[in-house]
Design a protein around this ligand. Structure first.
Ligand code: 16G
Ligand code: ZN
Length: 525
């Protein structure tokens, strides 16, 4: 029997500011940390309900990723380490917005609607990033869980993908790995060491002054000196995400502060919770070159495709992108690599689900969030082949490398550390420099714009956000503009995380992009 008095009493310690309304968006709740205490308590409650409903361990991550230090946020993680089911996003919103005196009724409504049996104890895993506010906020989550009489495990400081990994391990009885940080470091390092026989030149890592830097230091001893790296923005002095990190580098198209750039040497940046990564370098003239999620998806999918061919495995490989993917990358993947390319709406959950439809699905957003997912059958076939004693040396080594690749990847969610190790492994195995990788295809010039409008919801889209259905006339206008330029493409979509609309334009020259962008701006405003 549950005694809801515990909830009533403890909720008073985490009061909701009257009238405050928040929404569980694409990345969970995210706002100024000052407004989040009651949200965290309530997400502790909801996670416990979700755990009872699924009869599995559920995760709660306290982070605001690439957003400023003063912000914070929270995301729920489902049993297989994926984002929480969409239906529960609306429970999250309802529970968070219930005024203090309506909290219990709202909670009981969810229990009733989902027919949750309250007899069994639930388990919730909690993790947090390095923000100053995160410790107290994660304590509020733990309070929420315990007020229902349920159990929790506080992993303290972890990257977002580490928590996703831990949840999956716990719910798959160790078949995915050990549900501990040591298990994570061991699994990834072992796979990396097996793939990579030679050490690359040193990699420069920008840790965004966040959790990723801390965790790279922890992982270092496991890597047996096979990865040589220098860590910058490791959080010892600078501010989280300030003038550094993957988002800054991608949006500003420039190198972060605090990293010593040397022409030709490869660098990468994590974001504030280490679920995104981008690479970049300076050419001899000091010009900045970015290798974003599209370039990463191309490198990884090309590598996997070659290994499949070499191993003689007939598995369906697809790359999932969003409308933001550079047209050159899509063209290269479809026409040169001959892989299936699918385009879906922005937001990791859409990419993840689309990728799961294939034997092997590589997905990346241009912003650097992505991973690879393998179907059970693909994993079995790869493992079976790698263990087959009758194979030729050539096929065997490809099959074993595929098996190590499966183990190197964090399949639950985009993971900067795991992605970085995979990229480093591919570069080492293929003997590619960062410039050679960059030359696989040339990005079309492109620009993004965010525009403040009276009502962003007036814009509706279809075809994975590539075409506008309203307001009337907008799509015709876009068609008219892009029709004037070669290799051009443009779209506009309402942001899911900010009160703005986003405009994207690409074309054969920077000047054309500029003109499209301007016309689009006037149309939207
Ligand atoms: C969220 C998404 C990210 C997406 C971004 C788009 C997750 C975990 N994160 O941060 O994938 O790129 O939203 O933001 O799904 P926007 O809708 O404001 O353009
Ligand atoms: Zn992030």
């Amino acid at each position: 029997m549950v005694h809801f008095e515990g909830v009533s009493l403890k909720s008073l310690l985490h009061p909701k500011p009257a009238g405050l309304v928040l929404q569980y968006g694409t990345a969970g709740f995210r706002t100024t940390a000052r407004h989040l205490d009651h949200v965290m308590f309530r997400m502790g409650l909801l996670a416990a309900l979700r755990a009872k409903k699924t009869m599995s361990t559920i995760g709660v991550m306290v982070t605001a990723s690439h957003n400023p230090e003063e912000d914070n946020g929270v995301k729920l993680i489902d049993p297989m380490g994926e984002m929480v089911a969409v239906a529960w996003e609306s429970y999250a919103t309802q529970l968070t917005n219930a005024e203090q005196d309506a909290l219990l009724t709202t909670l009981k409504d969810i229990i009733k609607q989902e027919a949750i049996s309250m007899d069994k104890k639930a388990m919730v895993f909690v993790g947090r990033d390095t923000r100053l506010s995160s410790e107290d906020l994660s304590q509020a989550v733990l309070d929420g869980v315990s007020s229902l009489g349920d159990h929790s495990h506080d992993f303290g400081l972890v990257t977002t993908p580490q928590l996703h990994y831990l949840v999956r391990c716990q719910n798959t009885n160790g078949s995915y790995g050990n549900a501990s940080l040591e298990g994570y470091y061991q699994k990834l390092s072992q796979a990396f060491v097996q793939i990579t026989s030679k050490v690359n030149s040193p990699l420069r890592i920008d840790g965004a002054n966040g959790i990723g830097a801390l965790k790279m230091r922890e992982m270092e001893p496991f890597l047996q000196q096979r990865l040589s790296f220098n860590l910058y923005n490791d959080g010892t002095s600078g501010r989280l995400n300030h003038l550094c990190g993957a988002d800054y580098v991608k949006v500003q198209q420039r190198s972060p502060q605090g990293v010593e750039m040397v022409a030709g040497e490869r660098c990468c940046s994590f974001d504030g919770d280490a679920d995104r990564i981008v690479y970049y370098y300076h050419n001899p003239q000091g010009h900045f070159h970015l290798l974003d999620g599209d370039k990463i998806a191309t490198l990884i999918s090309t590598f996997i495709k070659e290994l499949l061919t070499q191993a003689g495995l007939n598995l369906q490989l697809a790359v999932v992108q969003t409308a933001y993917a550079n047209g050159s990358s899509t063209h290269f993947l479809q026409n040169n690599m001959k892989v299936i390319v699918e385009c879906v709406k922005t937001g990791v959950k859409h990419l993840h689900h689309a990728a799961q439809k294939f034997d092997i699905g590589v997905y990346f957003e241009a912003n650097g969030h992505g991973t690879v997912v393998f179907s059970d059958s693909a994993e079995e076939q790869i493992k079976g082949l790698a263990a087959d004693p009758s194979l030729t040396e050539d096929r065997k080594s490809a099959a074993q490398m595929l098996e190590d690749t499966v183990n190197l990847v964090n399949q639950t969610v985009g993971d900067a550390i795991s992605d970085m190790l995979l990229i480093e492994a591919v570069l080492a195995v293929r003997g590619l420099s960062v410039q050679q990788w960059d030359k696989i295809y040339t990005d079309l010039p492109n620009r993004q714009l965010k525009v403040k409008v009276a009502d962003r919801r007036a814009i509706d889209t279809t075809d994975a956000e590539r075409r506008a259905t309203s307001p009337a006339g907008l799509q015709e206008a876009i068609d008219g503009i892009v029709g004037k330029y070669s290799l051009s493409r443009s779209f506009v979509r309402p942001s899911g995380t900010e009160d703005v609309v986003r405009v994207y334009a690409e074309a054969d020259t920077q000047a054309s992009v500029h003109r499209i962008k301007h016309t689009m701006f006037y149309w939207v405003t």
